[in-house]
Structure formats: C-alpha cells, structure tokens
Design a protein. Structure first.
Length: 70
C-alpha cells in the first residue's frame, strides 16, 4: 500500500496522477476513486495497483488518507 498526493486530475477525462511519498508516479481513473472526489493536493492511499498502459502502474482503488472535509 502506498501513500501519495494527487498532482493532476482532468475531470473531463476522469484521469489523474498521484505522486507517492517514495517518488513513484501512479495513474488513476475516476473508477478507482469510489466515493472519493479527486482533487489536486488531496492525500490518498493506493489500496491496489495493476499494470496500466505501457507497463506503468495504475491505481485500481484509492481512499483518502484523512476524511474529506467540505
């Protein structure tokens, strides 16, 4: 399990990137977010990974590190 920060998110495409604390860049799609509302700067925990396009890691399930506040 890895922890990182969402560094980019395109709501129109539902695609984003996470920079983990150990320097890994992980792609994700909106389907990995479940109830989570992705936004740049949000700290997330990557629960599960798979191999994505070009062999790059892709998150398949995310959760917030801290509960979201409105």
């Amino acid at each position: 399990m890895k922890i990182g920060t969402i560094t980019s998110y395109d709501a129109a495409d539902g695609l984003g990137l996470i920079q983990t604390d150990d320097g890994l860049e992980i792609r994700f799609t909106l389907t990995a977010c479940g109830y989570l509302r992705p936004k740049v700067g949000l700290r997330v925990r990557v629960i599960s990974l798979t191999e994505g396009y070009g062999g790059r890691p892709k998150a398949t399930l995310l959760e917030p590190v801290e509960p979201e506040s409105d």
